[in-house]
Design a protein around this ligand. Structure first.
Ligand SMILES: [Zn+2]
Length: 135
């Protein structure tokens, strides 16, 4: 008999210590040395010791905050490189008049398409005029 996975109902849960990774906004966060019970069918993890669960949560939060901050800095840098004021960027990419102010302060998340388009224009700034005429 074995333990049953709460996520998938599988019967192959094993206790071991793993490096656990999670994908967040396209980036991989790696948390080292996580003892727990792992499902060999679906990958579900259970952390048995509350101090491990707390460390996992706090390292995840820290890593997500770092990724969010880097994202905000990236958006602002690209906008500035393209020579756009926040209101001009909002007019071009949509999202409302305060969109870029809110993205850059972390109040609101830009859509994935906005991020992709900004990165694309950063690599090909010559397309800015074309983007404007298509907006
Ligand atoms: Zn499972």
């Amino acid at each position: 008999m074995g333990l049953i996975c709460a996520a998938c109902g599988g019967h192959d849960m094993r206790e071991e210590t793993r490096v656990v990774s999670r994908l967040y906004k396209g980036q991989t966060i790696v948390i080292k040395t996580m003892p727990g019970r792992y499902c060999f069918d679906c990958g579900e993890a259970e952390f048995l010791n509350p101090s491990d669960a707390n460390r996992f949560a706090s390292e995840m939060q820290q890593a997500m905050a770092t990724i969010d901050q880097a994202r905000r800095t990236e958006l602002r840098s690209i906008r500035r490189r393209l020579g756009l004021k926040q209101a001009e960027a909002a007019a071009l990419f949509g999202g409302g008049v305060n969109a870029f102010s809110e993205y850059e302060r972390g109040v609101r998340e830009p859509s994935k398409s906005t991020v992709v388009l900004l990165r694309l224009l950063d690599r090909h700034p010559n397309l800015l005029a074309e983007a404007r005429s298509a907006a």
